[in-house]
Design a protein around this ligand. Sequence first.
Ligand code: PMP
Length: 364
Amino acid sequence: MKRSYIRKILDAIDKDTISFAGGLPNEDLFPLKQISKASKKVLKDKSSLQYSKSQGIDSLREKIANFYTKVYNLKTTKDEILITTGSQQAFDIILKSLNVNNLIVESPSYIGALSAFRILNKNIKDFKTFEQLNNILKKDEVLYSISDYQNPSTYTYTKKQRKEVANILKEKDAYLIEDAAYSLLNFEGKIKKPICSFYKDKSYHLGTFSKIVAPGLRVGWIRANKELIEKIIVVKESLDLHTSTFNQMILDKYLEDNNVFEHIEKNAKNYKKRMNYMADCMEKYLPNFEFKRPKGGMFIYGKFNNINDSMDLATKALEKKVAFVPAQVFYFDEQKSNEARFNFTNCNFKETKKGIKILAELTK
Ligand code: PMP
């Protein structure tokens, strides 16, 4: 067991460092006033400081369920939602409720999921093509997929690919954990139907308020059928009884009094501008970094054609007070890589340009 590379870099970053490393939402976009108003209202009700249901408070689950019906056209009831302490907790809950040892992940994949799987001593295998997926996935095993603006690769499955994956899952009678952390943070104005809409029986769909409202509240959720929810309630209960009642109620009130979709749209517009600026700087100053502009999310991902090991570059860059994440940490076997992930949601234009120019110097 070891600490996540990203968490370690975040600790090493000081106020003089230009950080493209973490996946933090921009604090200037937090709905501070609205959350403060919601908190005040919630505190008038004593039950906000009381224990509550392990599955999560009814009215918040109801809103999340309605949101599935509205956004994904996936009819959902509140009984099919369980509130988690951030979507990160969902990995632990789901895997502890299932008797499986093998997990199949995309290559590369989200570092936090990899560490959650590792700490539970699961065997991890990865795939790059659907042919590989088809070969390695076996009955009752688990596929973990981030189908929209994948972290780190930014890849988004097409509708055809979603159906193809669903067919493989059906054929293998396997489980799906579909992580939709960035699904709503899209720059296209179009939301794709999740894989789980084509594969309903053994699927868990994970959502979170972290990227669309605020991560510090630590509120996420799992959508699954009632049978699976019954099993995961038992685990949730044993882990932390329930997610903070107060934070759930704040979010519930916030959603009641505000149009969260307007807020998300505002954030996505802001992030898109930052992404395009970073992409312009990269094209101008870092021509050896090959990437595609993402259509959503918080990252630019690509590969350096002129270096072999981005870990080495990241170490040198940190000495020059620029941080980014070398892709080695996103591969479950930590293979050396010339790929890298850059977060664009936090730096202003001036810092972005300066940071990219420093990297350009280092890679010359
Ligand atoms: N999934 C993905 C793909 C993520 O990038 C993150 C956060 N970086 C999470 C899940 C966890 O988010 P949270 O626990 O804040 O909901």
